[in-house]
Design a protein around this ligand. Structure first.
Ligand SMILES: Cc1cc2nc3c(=O)[nH]c(=O)nc-3n(C[C@H](O)[C@H](O)[C@H](O)COP(=O)(O)O)c2cc1C
Length: 393
């Protein structure tokens, strides 16, 4: 079952094409999306595009009702968690302010029983016009959530406020708005990404970890209200209020962990830290004619074990990527490193992929989750952690 049901209302503006990308992102992130378009919106992009992306009939007509009692305009918002209007035209904001209900989208907004968010998109002079600004301030008083607009170059060539918020940012605002703050007041330290141990100035020992799972956990923990510090080897798209520290190898990652672990409530080690490093690093670039080269390796520091065996009272979570005997090996690792919880996944089902299939293991239980994308898995993992931490109080 999808985590949230939203109505995505699309109105007539140049940015209507961006709603296609937003629809794709919402579906990828486990939203059940019902598209409703104004008549003007369908001059910019066809309902067929959204039907293909959402897998559902796109609703456009007040008089062609899908509800059994013929009252789609009232029925629709009953069953949904949020209405998002993106792009929201100047005209639609004016209609929303004054309670107009002359088409399906404006009628269902007036009849809504769920919250509403708008992502305005218009020419900068339309945006700064006193009439629009009056409407915006009234809508804010009425509890309408505003996402953007952003400033920048516009389709007409003007530069200023009025661009629709970037779709990835809009997705984050929507997720943030809908996510219960189950990790409020909690501090979480996360490590993420595959490390690299340099052999010479350009080559290194690394692994296939993409950092996607760590990024999904960090962004989701942030939207659940946690204060997140992320130590990572990968440059990725992180929520703005995450404290991101880059560390490329086991040694620098360990230093960063030591520096930040004090006062944390939870430590989640998602990083695939190299187990070995070259005994010595060669200066410059090794030449191909260095035949019969033997690389001597030495173990790196085991960050998770160090944290696990420390006296620190934080809730400790590890990840185990295994090629066989998944649960058994993960349970052994949990015990050896003194962890409260371990997330086990098979390498061929998770490493460097968008999807994953994980089992969440503690001292008493094994919870097998179905295959899903990493954001959905992150939500489930963090819910289990929050459940245990809040039960400990
Ligand atoms: C080419 C073109 C581009 C437009 N772009 C925008 C826009 O970006 N934002 C906006 O508020 N209105 C824009 N308009 C005007 C709206 O389409 C118009 O106000 C329309 O009535 C909005 O209808 P709706 O709010 O029911 O979707 C544009 C009109 C045209 C012809």
């Amino acid at each position: 079952m999808a985590s949230h049901k939203i109505i995505l209302g699309i109105t007539g503006g140049i940015a209507a094409y961006k709603a296609a990308e937003l629809t794709r992102l919402l579906i990828k992130n486990d939203f059940d999306v019902q598209i409703v378009m104004t008549e003007s919106a369908s001059h910019f992009i066809t309902p067929l595009t959204f039907q293909a992306l959402s897998g559902k009939e796109v609703l456009t007509n007040l008089w062609k009702s899908n509800a059994s009692n013929g009252m789609s305009h009232i029925e629709l918002s009953r069953d949904y968690d949020l209405i998002v209007i993106a792009p929201a035209s100047a005209n639609f904001l004016a209609k929303l302010t004054h309670g107009f209900a002359d088409d399906l989208l404006s009628s269902l907004c007036l009849a809504r029983v769920c919250p509403i968010a708008v992502a305005p998109s218009m020419n900068m002079h339309m945006w700064t016009n006193k009439a629009t600004q009056r409407n915006v301030s009234q809508l804010k008083k009425d509890g309408v959530l505003f996402c953007g607009p952003d400033s920048g170059e516009q389709a007409c060539g003007d530069i200023g406020f009025g661009r629709m918020m970037d779709t990835e940012e809009l997705l984050k605002s929507i997720q943030n708005h809908l996510t219960p703050k189950i990790l409020k007041n909690k501090k979480i330290l996360i490590t993420s990404g595959g490390t690299i141990e340099m052999i010479d100035d350009v080559r290194g020992i690394t692994n296939l970890s993409s950092g996607n799972m760590g990024a999904a956990i960090a962004n989701t923990a942030n939207s659940m209200g946690a204060s997140v510090t992320l130590i990572t080897s990968k440059y990725q798209n992180f929520s703005e209020n995450i404290n991101v520290i880059y560390a490329s190898n086991a040694h620098t990652m360990y230093d960063a962990v030591l520096q930040h672990i004090k006062d944390q409530d939870i430590f989640i080690s998602v990083a695939a830290v190299s187990d070995y490093k070259p005994k010595e690093k060669f200066k410059g670039k090794l030449k191909k004619d260095s035949l019969n080269l033997t690389l001597q390796l030495t173990p790196t520091i085991d960050i998770l074990k160090e944290v696990g065996l420390s006296k620190n009272k934080i809730f400790k979570v590890g990840f185990a990527a295994e090629s066989e005997n998944l649960i058994e090996n993960a349970q052994k690792k949990m015990k050896a490193k003194n962890l409260d919880l371990i997330v086990a996944n098979l390498i061929h089902e998770s490493v460097s992929l968008e999807d994953t299939k994980v089992s969440i293991i503690d001292k008493n239980n094994v919870i097998d989750l179905p295959k899903s994308n990493k954001i959905i898995a992150a939500k489930a993992i963090l819910k289990e952690i929050a459940h245990r931490i809040n039960a400990d109080k």
